[in-house]
Design a protein around this ligand. Structure first.
Ligand code: RI2
Length: 318
């Protein structure tokens, strides 16, 4: 029940944000394992793999989700009994959740140092780690003002504007299409990420790449804040990050579209910002140029070129 409920809440975006959905999935796997009345190891493993699939199929783009699920379930494969597998899995889930929280704090600290004194910052969508970085920089007296975009169609910018305002930061709330207009006033753009490819391209909320382009044109540094578990090992095998396209009803009411038979509403939730428009990626492993994405995948996601394959259960290095 907890499992299906978490899957539903991730799908409907009641739980959203790449880091939060990863932790919610880890928690759901842990609680599912705890509640499972099963003493047969093989049955236990099969059921947990089924649960993992239900969770990873909820949203296709955020790589944090499959990476979290793999982290949580991979270690149980070495267990000799269902009980051992259950304990290992539950410990792994707790470890993932605690490392994830620590990573946010570390990124906020490193990212805040990268923000110049007296900065006006701009952010897009609602990223836990980008907001944490902005607030940390504000507490250090490095931020003067913030701009938060609206983020049509789901309006996650409301959450960001409220969080920044509640932290005391004078915050300007703007429609997405005003980003370039205000870019001349901005000292640094900070966003989160749903996925980072081996080539250092950043997949994030739709509209991010336009803002990156405007920042590039205006010579404004573009910072991405992201935990290492949002890097995508599969991209080193040539896999592409699927871009989720959400229901048209999020953009335009079905009653309106019904009267426009030749109009098709498109609603991609994410876009890809090429590495060339990203100045720095701030992770818990340090602030790196996008060209070092491969190193993160190799050193933090257990990349083993000779054995890794699409469905191989990766594990974070100790
Ligand atoms: P954190 C969100 O996706 C946004 O694109 C945001 O930038 C990204 O996840 C990362 O969020 P959605 O779930 O992990 O709103 O930094 O579609 O919170």
């Amino acid at each position: 029940m907890v499992l299906e409920d978490t899957a539903r809440r991730i799908r409907t975006m009641e739980i959203r944000g790449a880091g939060r959905i990863a932790r919610a999935a880890a928690e759901a796997l842990r609680d599912h394992a705890a509640a499972l009345q099963c003493t047969n190891l093989e049955e236990f493993r099969q059921e947990m793999h089924r649960a993992a699939t239900i969770l990873t199929e909820t949203r296709p783009t955020a790589v944090s989700l499959p990476n979290a699920v793999r982290f949580v379930i991979s270690r149980m494969d070495a267990s000799d009994s269902a009980e051992e597998a259950r304990t290992t899995l539950m410990e792994s889930a707790d470890e993932f959740i605690s490392r994830s929280h620590q990573a946010v704090d570390m990124i906020a600290e490193y990212g805040s140092r990268a923000i110049p004194e007296d900065s006006v910052i701009m952010t897009h969508c609602n990223s836990e780690v980008a907001v944490a970085t902005a607030v940390k920089a504000w507490e250090k007296g490095r931020v003067r003002e913030a701009f938060a975009t609206e983020v049509r169609p789901r309006n996650q910018g409301y959450i960001t504007a409220k969080a920044l305002g509640d932290a005391g930061i004078p915050t300007n709330f703007i429609v997405d299409s005003a980003a370039r207009y205000f870019m001349r006033d901005i000292d640094v753009v900070i966003t989160g990420a749903d996925a980072v490819t081996g080539a250092g391209a950043v997949v994030n909320k739709i509209g991010t790449s336009q803002i990156a382009l405007a920042a590039h044109e205006a010579r404004v540094p573009f910072l991405v804040t992201t935990e290492t578990y949002k890097f995508a090992p599969g991209t080193l095998l040539g896999d592409r990050i699927p871009i989720e396209e959400r229901p048209p009803g999020e953009v335009m009411g079905d009653d309106i579209t019904a009267g426009m038979p030749n109009v098709r509403v498109r609603n991609p939730a994410f876009d890809v910002t090429p590495a060339a428009y990203v100045d720095m990626i701030v992770t818990e492993a340090g602030a790196i140029p996008p060209g070092m994405a491969y190193v993160i995948i190799r050193d933090y996601l257990g990349w083993k070129p000779d054995v890794w394959q699409k469905n191989f259960l990766i594990d974070h290095k100790e």
